[in-house]
Ligand binder design. Structure first.
Ligand SMILES: NC(=O)c1ccc[n+]([C@@H]2O[C@H](COP(=O)([O-])OP(=O)(O)OC[C@H]3O[C@@H](n4cnc5c(N)ncnc54)[C@H](O)[C@@H]3O)[C@@H](O)[C@H]2O)c1
Length: 357
C-alpha cells in the first residue's frame, strides 16, 4: 500500500510518501537522477543497513552518494556540527542543484534542513524520517533548527523539504521508549483535531503496539494530514499553529525542570496533555466522561501520563518561560471537546494547583 499526500505551502509544496519499503528507485529517481552530488546525512544510532540500502538505491538511480554521519543525541544539533556539514559541502563542491538527504530522527532532520536552507542560500533536501516522532511531526511543516547554549532551536529557518519518504518498517528497530514517545504525538493529533484518528487509536491499539504496517500507515498519514491542515493555515506560527503545542506547556516545563535527562520529549508531552485535559475538565470544556476517555487511551497504548511528585511552585519558573506567554499571561492549549482545541489564558492559580492533587 502506498499513500501519497500532497502538502501545500506558500513557500514550496511537496509530497509525503508513506510506504513499506518506500525508499526505492521508483520513488527516488525523479528527485535524484539528474544530480551530480548527493549527501546523505545520518547519525550513529541509525542502523547501518538503512544507510547502505539508501546508498544502493541512489546508485540504481545513476548517482553515487556520499555519507556524513554525526553522533546521535540532542547535543548534535549544534553550531559546530552545522558549520562542519556546511564546510563539508563546500569542500566537496556541492552546487545549488545538488541534494541533501536526511536519514534519521528529528535531530538529523532539523540540522540537515537548516544546513539545506543556508548552503548557497538554499539547496534541495529530502527527509527520510526513521523515528515515529520525526515521521508524524518534525519531517513535515518546514521548521528546521539547531540549538544554542541559550536554549533549544534558537537558530533556524522555515524551509520545506522537496520530498518526504516514510517507511513504517524503519520503526521495527526503534527503541520501545522512542516509539512510545512518538505515539504521544500521534495521540495529540487525535485529541486536538482528528476524531477519526482518536477513534482508530481506541479501537486498534493492539495492532499499533504490534507495529502492524497497515495500522502504522494509517496513524502516520492521519497525523500528517492534521499537522499539514493546521500548518497550512499558519505557516509562520503567528496564531493557530500554537494548538500543535497541546501538552507542551507542562511538557517543556518538565523537560527543563529535569534538565532534559529524565523524560524524552514525547514522554513529557504525554504528562503535559493529561495536565491540559484536567484543566479543560476543571473549566468544563470537556465532560468527565471525555476526560476518562483520554486517560483510557493513554492506558490502552501503555503510555505513562502521571505527574511526578511535584508542586505547582516547582514548575512555575519553567512554565513562565513558555513561548505562548502574551503580555505576561500564561496561555494554555486546552481541549474544547474531543478532537477540538482552543487557546485559553483565563486559568486561575487554583485550577493550576488542583492538577497537582
Ligand atoms: N522541526 C520540527 O517541527 C520538530 C518537531 C518536533 C521535534 N523536533 C525535534 O526533533 C528532535 C527529536 O527527534 P527524535 O525524537 O526523532 O529523536 P532523535 O533524532 O534524537 O532520535 C532518537 C534516537 O533514535 C535513534 N534512531 C532513529 N531512528 C532509528 C531507527 N529507525 N532505529 C533505531 N534507532 C533509531 C537515533 O539515532 C537517536 O539515538 C528534537 O531535537 C526536537 O527539537 C522538531
Amino acid at each position: 500500500m502506498k499513500i501519497n499526500l500532497s502538502i501545500k505551502s506558500r513557500f514550496k509544496s511537496y509530497s509525503v510518501i508513506i510506504q513499506d519499503k518506500g525508499v526505492n528507485k521508483s520513488n527516488l529517481k525523479p528527485y535524484v537522477a539528474y544530480r551530480n552530488n548527493v549527501l546523505i546525512i545520518s547519525d550513529y544510532g541509525i542502523p547501518k543497513k538503512y544507510i547502505n540500502d539508501l546508498k544502493k538505491t541512489i546508485r540504481l538511480c545513476g548517482v553515487s552518494a556520499k555519507v556524513l554521519t554525526i553522533s546521535n543525541g540532542e547535543q548534535s544539533k549544534s553550531f559546530k556540527n552545522y558549520q562542519y556539514i556546511l564546510e563539508h559541502l563546500a569542500e566537496k563542491n556541492f552546487a545549488r542543484d545538488d541534494l541533501i538527504i536526511a536519514l534519521g530522527g528529528g535531530v538529523v532532520g532539523d540540522i540537515s534542513g537548516f544546513v539545506a536552507s543556508t548552503y548557497l542560500r538554499g539547496i534541495d533536501f529530502i527527509q527520510i524520517p526513521t523515528t515515529l516522532l520525526a515521521q508524524v511531526d518534525s519531517s513535515v511543516g518546514g521548521k528546521t533548527a539547531i540549538n544554542s547554549k541559550n536554549g533549544k532551536n534558537l537558530f533556524g529557518a522555515f524551509y520545506n523539504p522537496s520530498l518526504v519518504i516514510i517507511d513504517p518498517s524503519h520503526l521495527n528497530s526503534l527503541a520501545e521508549r522512542e516509539y512510545k514517545a512518538g505515539l504521544a504525538e500521534v495521540i495529540k493529533y487525535g485529541l486536538i483535531d482528528n476524531r477519526k484518528l482518536f477513534n482508530y487509536l481506541k479501537k486498534n491499539y493492539e495492532s499499533i503496539l504490534d507495529k502492524d504496517t497497515k495500522a502504522l500507515s494509517f496513524i502516520i498519514s492521519e497525523s500528517i494530514k492534521s499537522k499539514a491542515k493546521i500548518v497550512q493555515q499558519d505557516e509562520r506560527e503567528k496564531g493557530l499553529r500554537a494548538i500543535l503545542n497541546f501538552g507542551h506547556t507542562f511538557g517543556h516545563a518538565l523537560e527543563a525542570k529535569y534538565k532534559y535527562k529524565k523524560y524524552l520529549h514525547g514522554e513529557a508531552v504525554a504528562i503535559g496533555m493529561r495536565c491540559a485535559a484536567k484543566i479543560s475538565l476543571e473549566l468544563k470544556l470537556i465532560t468527565s466522561k471525555e476526560f476518562e476517555a483520554v486517560l483510557e487511551l493513554f492506558d490502552k497504548l501503555k503510555i505513562k501520563s502521571n505527574l511526578p511528585n511535584l508542586k505547582l511552585n516547582d514548575l512555575m519558573p519553567y512554565l513562565k518561560k513558555d513561548k505562548k506567554i502574551l503580555k505576561g499571561k500564561l496561555r494554555f492549549v486546552l481541549l474544547d471537546g474531543i478532537s477540538k482545541a482552543k487557546i485559553e489564558d483565563m486559568v486561575s492559580s487554583k485550577i493550576l494547583r488542583n492538577i497537582f492533587n
